[in-house]
Design a binder for this molecule. Sequence first.
Ligand code: PMP
Length: 350
Amino acid sequence: MRNWEKYIRKVEPYVPGEQPKDVNVVKLNTNENPYPPTPKALEAVAAFDIDRLRLYPDPEASVLIEAISNRYNINKNQIFVGVGSDDVISMCFMTFFNSDKPVLFPDISYSFYSVWADVHKVKYETVALDENFNIIPETFYKENGGIIFPNPNAPTALYMELDKVEDIIRHNQDSVVIIDEAYIDFGGKSAIDFVNKYDNVIVVQTYSKSHSMAGVRIGFAFGSPELIKALNDVKFSFNSYTMNAYSLICGVAAMEDEDYFNAVVSKIINTRETAKSKLKELGFSFPDSKANFIFAKHESVPAKVIFDKLKQRGIYVRYFNKEKIDNYLRISIGTDEQMEKLYAALKEII
Ligand code: PMP
């Protein structure tokens, strides 16, 4: 071993979903949106004066904050933006989770949380879901240094009603409660109003799913002015200027084109509802999804077998080789055409 090796931080790295180079595959493995972003984003990019790339972008991302403020009818000093919600959540870990007490999150949840906890040296404990994968609010009623959970949860796709979310908040007013709403636009109700009722709540959303802009990298958060100021102080100390000029204008265009947004989201919801009956007919069971994916298990064929055979046919879904969920597949909702290919392949395999 070389001497410097002992100074290196060792973390269990996050393993992202596969991004195959072949664009012809049916890609249902990373919960991206199968439809393109609003054409208004392309118009905005085409109209952009390239000379402005000489300059640093606005560190405060004012145009984007303004567009988000108008759309959600919330004050600008209650909005934070970052490079994808991954970045926003990472900033939240740095800013809000600085206690000796453990941060709590569900044991089956977005697997990045434990990675950030390790990277930012934050103590954490996981809380168990019930046997049907529901989050149990009472499991969060204990001393903690902060709370984070997705709603709908990932990878289960299960949505928790807002009265239960509020129960968790009410019982935890001495720590910051973060609600990760990456998938909220596909049928759930946002907890955004709680940020005006409770000063310890952060609601995080993203452009990556409902806005078809995973490649643009924009995440945003709502909170009390005090929490948002604290986040900005940390952000400007670590990664000032990271919202790039193109992301800003694409983000504004998408936020302003509400009709396009609504049309895409309702197409995905319709396709998901059809997928529920098709998958049931094929012998799958799953928690009810309010997200753009379904977390499904087959009654007789192991998930790994289905995963491998779909991949051989150029259809990518996600398989988690993990305790408690190792017989499940997470299937993102694609276009109707992509889903037909999936059903046809499943009929051959099962
Ligand atoms: N939260 C959850 C629950 C997610 O599934 C994802 C997507 N992998 C993210 C946050 C991060 O999304 P992004 O960084 O693309 O905004």
